[in-house]
Design a binder for this molecule. Structure first.
Ligand code: GLU
Length: 310
């Protein structure tokens, strides 16, 4: 299989340094080895994602300014909102294996009945509707969400940056693959899309490390190939706050408006990625020539801001 990476943003806001960091590392990792780089727009929840065409166009423009481009450009089928048939077919396959069941639990019921939240904010579903399903109880009138029943199985993988990671699937519990309003769930869509678009390497933020065992399990159940994963550290402000939460001025557009050049921003990101010693201007060609994934730090990285250029 051809070495293929991807950037899969949810265009809920304008591209900030944290997104650019992820896109840059994913791009460098495959492009420094002659691979392909694809874009996928994760817009499953169209209702909560207004102004999609504008935001996607702005995102492409910001990335191109930095020197990050995509093989094949942006095709209509690169939008997850256009791929409902693909996700429905995957759910059908899981259903034929007896893994899918309808869940009518409301948000309030879920919160009342679920096991304590995990440290990363997840909670395991208590299985109320799975028990109904096993008993063959008649369906409720309201439309259900669809969940998959996970086995008591530990799934592990070797992450290129985080090292070996494993988790028992029952920790996260049975998860939703289609919401009651018909919106397909992230876990299903991301796993299916990576496999079906030929992605062999997934570089993304460390906040998604704990989602990976469930995605690997889904891929195996669907008979699809599992990519290599590399979970990169998150960028923080010098005070430790998640960068994405810092007020406004981390958007790439605002750096541009303040007169920064692409090589200034690349310098900041390359130093955060452990590729250079200091946040000094660097070109994409230089980074491609020296990229080394083993130098990427394993813990969150604080980045400063660039002074405006006169
Ligand atoms: N769409 C997700 C995000 O923007 C990333 C999903 C992934 O890389 O697997 O956070």
């Amino acid at each position: 299989m051809e070495l293929t990476g991807r950037f899969a943003p949810t265009p809920s806001g304008y591209l900030h340094l944290g997104n650019a960091f992820c896109a840059l590392v994913a791009f460098l990792s495959v492009k420094s080895r002659g691979g392909r780089f694809l874009l996928r727009v994760e817009d499953l929840d169209r209702v909560r994602l207004p102004d999609m065409p504008e935001r996607t166009a702005a995102l492409l423009c910001d990335l191109a300014w930095l020197g990050i481009t995509f093989d094949g450009g942006l095709d209509p089928s690169d939008y997850q909102s256009a791929r409902g048939d693909v996700y429905a077919a995957a759910i059908e396959k899981l259903r034929s294996r007896g893994l899918v069941y309808p869940c009518w639990c409301s948000r309030a019921e879920l919160h009342a009945a679920t096991a304590p939240h995990l440290s990363d904010g997840r909670y395991a579903y208590s299985g109320t509707c799975y028990k109904r399903f096993l008993r063959g109880d008649p369906p409720d009138k309201k439309p259900p969400a669809l969940r998959v029943h996970v086995p008591d199985e530990t799934v592990g993988f070797d992450d290129l940056i985080a090292g070996h990671y494993e988790e028992n699937l029952t920790l996260g519990g049975d998860f939703i693959v289609r919401r009651s309003d018909g919106v397909f769930a992230y876990q299903l869509a991301v796993a299916v899309d990576d496999a079906l678009t030929g992605v062999t390497e997934v570089v993304r933020g460390r906040d998604l490390l704990s989602s990976t065992p469930a995605q690997i399990w889904l891929l195996r159940e669907l008979g699809l190939p599992v990519p290599q994963y590399a979970h990169i550290p998150l960028l923080t402000a010098p005070d430790g706050r998640r960068l994405s939460k810092r007020d406004g001025d981390d958007s790439l557009a605002s750096y541009r408006e303040r007169g920064c050049r692409p090589e200034d921003v690349l310098g900041l990101l390359a130093a955060a990625a452990g590729q250079t010693d200091r946040a000094e201007p660097v070109s994409m060609a230089e980074l491609l020539a020296c990229f080394d994934i083993t130098k990427i730090p394993k813990t969150d990285v604080a980045v400063g801001t660039l002074p405006p250029r006169i």
